[in-house]
Design a protein around this ligand. Structure first.
Ligand code: ADE
Length: 254
């Protein structure tokens, strides 16, 4: 798909996770801001691409409502979600980037009426991200990691950040104990990372046939240290990762 036509929706949960996107839109010219359902939607152009940028806030309900507004009110042709996540698979470290090729709600369980994880009546548990969008995001992430290699190596030492692609799982819980992250690993061995919005957006986008993609930087490893690691990462690096990835992604699409 080309993103040169129509509008792109860009979402994050928290302000740091949107990086400098709204500032970049303001620098590029006029930005119109609309408030709907207590959320601000900024309509303008970022790095040459017409887009609507907004903060969903935290959780699946917030994410689904915001994605719906992007689709129905603003008519976006695709949605990209950016932000941080907890690493689940053991080789997914703080500072790594994960692109969610598949998304799934790890806390959805209407069993025994429906299979665990399945969205009742939709008959699906896994939602695929759009391949072309995910590929373009992966290219942006690879360029970001290469360009920032020296700074990232200074910060992360012998384990310079890597890009992973695969399954991201979402649920209305901040996962922050060894017991819980181990339970996730056991239930969903494919899960690379956990967050609280991606699968909800993927479901809404599937239902409305709108392409979507999710990119997450790993802020913590969803264990007992997660709350501290999450806050430190979010404030120190969350914005730099999102800004760096989005800038390269949008500039390549312009
Ligand atoms: N987002 C970032 N870290 C997370 C975690 N550990 N659990 C859920 N969402 C997250």
């Amino acid at each position: 798909m080309t993103l040169g036509v129509g509008l792109l929706g860009i979402m994050a949960a928290l302000p740091q996770e949107l990086g400098d996107l709204v500032d970049a839109m303001r620098l590029a010219g006029n930005v119109r801001t609309e408030t709907i359902g207590r959320r601000e939607y900024h309509v303008g152009t970022a790095h040459g691409v017409p887009c609507v940028a907004t903060l969903a806030r935290v959780g699946k309900v917030a994410a689904a409502a915001t994605a719906s507004a992007l689709i129905h009110v603003f008519g976006v042709e695709a949605i990209v979600f950016t932000g941080v996540a907890g690493g689940v698979r053991k080789d997914v470290r703080v500072g790594d980037i994960v692109i969610g090729d598949t998304l799934m709600q790890h806390d959805l369980d209407a069993s025994p009426l429906f299979p665990r994880f399945e969205v009742p009546l939709l008959g699906m548990a896994r939602f695929a991200a759009n391949a072309a969008l995910s590929e373009a995001l992966a290219n942006a992430c690879t360029a970001f990691l290469a360009d920032e290699h020296a700074a990232l190596e200074a910060r992360f030492g012998v384990h310079p950040p890597r890009l992973h692609r695969g399954m991201i799982v979402s649920g209305d819980r901040f996962v922050s104990s060894h017991a819980e992250v181990n339970a996730l690993r056991a239930a969903l061995p494919e899960a690379l990372a956990v967050e609280m919005e991606g699968a909800a957006i993927a479901q809404i986008c599937y239902e409305h046939e709108v392409p979507c993609a999710v990119v997450r930087t790993v802020s913590d490893t969803a264990d007992a240290e997660a709350p501290e690691s999450f806050l430190e990462f979010l404030h120190a690096l969350g914005g730099a990762y999102s800004s760096g990835i989005l800038r390269r992604f949008l500039a390549a699409k312009a």
